[in-house]
Design a protein around this ligand. Structure first.
Ligand SMILES: [Mg+2]
Length: 249
């Protein structure tokens, strides 16, 4: 076997999953380009809400990165509103999306997100090719996502029939599992597949997800660079980094 002379690591993108029994996929950014759908749903939510508050500065793209990105949903609502000097009543967790409360607005964002994905999500072509190839070779697969919307996104992308095991935000909460960068949700998926972690490959596009893979005893961690940066993902513990999953074929 020829080793990639550009790296001193013996694993390259063609051997990263050789000998593994299963592939554990992150969803948003790995199988589907849905990270941007979250951004779009937040924009729709706050543009609509602020149209009733003409005295405050309107929503702009940088607000997403400054106040919302990466935070749990209701923290995002609260922190964005605080940036405009707005304090709303909290409301109950299951508050009606029509209500102007922190929880109501958060639930409205979720409804907008689900409406967008229900019109269809186009999965990454290279990811689908890789998924089909690993299934053909008899490997098991699972999805491990922090999102509570993973089943809806998989359905909209036409991928749900491939995944019997989906460990998403709802499953994690129900099982009391800490989120990424803890390896717990990935380890739980391996357990549901009936495999030791050592036989499972983790595929991730986010730093926290790569760290989760690195912290567990997995076969390897494949980083997909969708903007996080190749070196950043390697530094976080990725075994190899690719720009597209079909580079692994
Ligand atoms: Mg991701």
């Amino acid at each position: 076997m020829t080793e990639n002379t550009a790296t001193d690591h013996p694993v390259n993108s063609l051997t990263a999953w050789t000998g593994a029994s299963a592939i554990l996929f992150d969803l948003d950014g790995v199988l589907t380009p849905t990270a941007t759908v979250h951004e779009q749903a937040w924009q729709e939510l706050f543009e609509s809400y602020l149209s009733s508050r003409p005295e405050v500065t309107g929503y702009s793209e940088s607000d997403y990165f400054d106040h919302i990105d990466g935070k749990p949903r209701f923290d995002g609502v609260r922190d964005f509103l605080a940036s405009r000097g707005i304090v709303l009543p909290e409301g109950p967790t299951d508050d009606d999306p029509a209500n102007t409360t922190v929880q109501g607005l958060g639930n409205r964002k979720n409804r907008i997100f689900n409406d967008i994905v229900s019109t269809g999500v186009e999965p990454f072509e290279g990811s689908v090719r890789f998924l089909e190839a690993v299934l053909e070779r008899g490997l098991k697969v699972a999805v491990v996502s922090s999102s509570r919307n993973a089943p809806a996104v998989l359905e909209a992308a036409g991928l749900s029939h491939h995944f019997r095991v989906v460990v998403d935000g709802v499953v994690a909460a129900g099982e009391g599992l800490p989120g990424k960068p803890s390896p717990a949700t990935y380890q739980y998926a391996a357990q549901l597949l009936g495999l030791p972690s050592e036989e499972c490959v983790v595929v991730e596009d986010a730093v926290s997800g790569v760290q989760a893979g690195e912290a567990g005893s997995f076969h390897s961690v494949i980083g997909v660079d969708r903007g996080a940066g190749r070196q950043t993902l390697l530094d976080a513990g990725a075994t190899v980094v690719v720009n597209d999953l079909d580079e692994l074929l």
